[in-house]
Design a protein around this ligand. Structure first.
Ligand code: MN
Length: 320
């Protein structure tokens, strides 16, 4: 999935936008239609915030009753310069890619695709599928030294867990409190799925050098004193050693964090590059059927790239 609907150039990266200390910025979601019957709430990029560490794209969807619906149907499309993370709380997503991967991703399993220099993939609700679909789709920007690597797909059904009174966590990427995900990462970052029992309160250990944000997936939670409902994201800044969490009702959160991403990026459609020329080349390669291989078995035609915007795609300082 991930078809950012922006057709204008979008510039990310750089450190000047990252607060030196803790903040509490509530980010509102923007609804966007994906393929099939899926509508997502887009949290990143956001008008108020473009990245959290190397995390540069966050969609939250569901829970949707898709018993009589096609569910997610995202035809083959290309990526460069990023990793995609598929993360589910309910339902399943069938991933196919140009490496020949064919993988059903289920709740709290990690589907991690590294595009490197180029890959294409499709994502769909299998038939038959579970009644409810609920999850998040995230992108991680690759740093210069790793963005030209060969494409790869990883599936990790077993992920490390952390437990405390009223708290259960699954480490998606990176590490938290000594538990390290097997997922491959290329910059210091973390992603953790947290389940909180109603009435519980806890303090999560954080890296002061990281910036963080929290997305509420379900329930009603309070993060550093800010009440969060599903689909809203709280940007937390940096300089924190711990994070107070409270569950006002049974709830679940995604904690995302990382070292501020230093490099300037150009992000357009499904591509992350460093120059407009590079993006235009990737678009041409997709439209002419080169570089990105073929996704086999998806019942539908590949997604054509939108027109390149007439304004030049340039890296600039990160704009808020
Ligand atoms: Mn995608």
């Amino acid at each position: 999935m991930n078809e950012p609907d922006q057709t204008a150039a979008a510039v990310r990266g750089g450190r000047q936008d990252v607060p030196a200390g803790p903040v509490r910025e509530l980010l509102a979601p923007r609804e966007t239609a994906l393929g099939g019957s899926t509508v997502v709430r887009r949290l990143l990029p956001n008008l108020g915030r473009r990245m959290v560490g190397a995390w540069c794209f966050v969609d939250h969807y569901g829970p949707d009753d898709i018993a009589d619906e096609p569910g997610m149907q995202v035809p083959p499309h290309p990526h460069i310069g990023l990793q995609t993370v598929s993360w589910l709380h309910q339902g399943e997503v069938l991933h196919r890619d140009s490496l020949g991967s064919l993988q059903t991703v289920r709740p709290r399993e990690l589907g991690l695709m590294t595009s490197g220099r180029g890959i294409s993939h499709s994502e769909e609700s299998p038939r038959p599928h579970a009644r409810f679909l609920h999850g998040a789709q995230l992108w991680v920007a690759l740093p210069e030294v790793h963005r030209h690597t060969a494409p790869a797909f990883e599936h990790h059904a077993q992920l490390p867990e952390i437990n405390a009174a009223g708290l259960h966590g699954t480490v998606i990427l990176g590490d938290l409190d000594g538990a390290t995900s097997p997922g491959t990462i290329h910059t210091p970052l973390v992603g953790v799925d947290l389940t909180l029992r109603e009435g519980s309160s806890t303090r999560l250990p954080l890296e002061p050098d990281f910036e963080y944000a929290v997305l509420t997936m379900s329930g009603l939670t309070e993060v550093d004193g800010v009440r969060l409902e599903p689909g809203s994201m709280l940007y937390l800044g940096s300089g924190r050693r711990e994070l107070p969490l409270r569950a006002l009702a049974d709830g679940s959160l995604l904690l995302l964090g990382g070292e501020p991403f230093e490099e300037k990026l150009v992000m357009w459609w499904n591509f992350i590059g460093r120059s407009g020329e590079e993006i235009v080349r990737a678009r041409e390669d997709w439209m002419t059927g080169t570089r990105f291989g073929t996704v086999h078995g998806y019942d539908g035609i590949p997604t054509p790239a939108p027109q390149v915007p007439t304004t030049p795609l340039k890296t600039r300082d990160r704009i808020r």
